[in-house]
Design a protein around this ligand. Structure first.
Ligand SMILES: [Zn+2]
Ligand SMILES: [Zn+2]
Length: 164
């Protein structure tokens, strides 16, 4: 996303704030984003550089790691990126001709990092029964005989291998 900051360049101390919206697509194991990322970005002019910083919000689609339902995950990400005419390090990005900077890469990076690795649909999600798969948020599991009290286990005890 290209932004013109020529009005700020060469005016140390000058700043401007813009509302922006851009599309970011990212797919992680348990979360997927394919919608707009919105927020407010502030541009601060230094002597020979521009600092862009902002706070972004988005809604991703996540899969609860406990009960496996899909839910909307509201996410937030902050970023700040320095731009210069003549970047002296890899951390600084280029100010292009006519005072144009690209704010998409730093925003995309921070948004991807902010996607949840182990999302849960709600803090008290009960998850699925590991034996029968019942969604314990909707109905309780009736329980399972543990293996040692099942008819087959009892039969196995009665049949002593020595007698066979
Ligand atoms: Zn859940
Ligand atoms: Zn169960």
């Amino acid at each position: 996303m290209k932004v013109v900051v020529s009005d700020l360049i060469g005016t140390p101390g000058a700043h401007r704030q813009d509302q922006i919206s851009l599309e970011v697509a990212a797919v992680m194991d348990a979360a997927k984003l394919e919608g707009p990322v919105t927020g407010s970005v502030r541009y601060d002019a230094g002597v020979r550089d521009i600092m862009a910083s902002g706070r972004m919000e988005y809604v991703a689609t996540a899969i609860c790691i406990r009960c496996l339902i899909e839910f909307d995950y509201p996410g937030k990400a902050t970023f700040s990126q320095l731009y210069a005419d003549d970047p002296q390090s890899e951390d600084v990005m280029q100010i292009h001709e006519h005072g144009v900077i690209d704010i998409e890469p730093p925003i995309r990076d921070e948004v991807v990092l902010s996607l949840p690795l182990s999302p849960v649909c709600r803090p008290d999600c009960a998850g699925l029964c590991s034996t029968c798969g019942t969604d314990l948020n909707r109905e309780p599991c009736e329980g399972h005989d543990d293996v040692s009290s099942s008819p087959f286990a009892i039969l196995a005890q009665l049949l002593d291998p020595e007698d066979l």
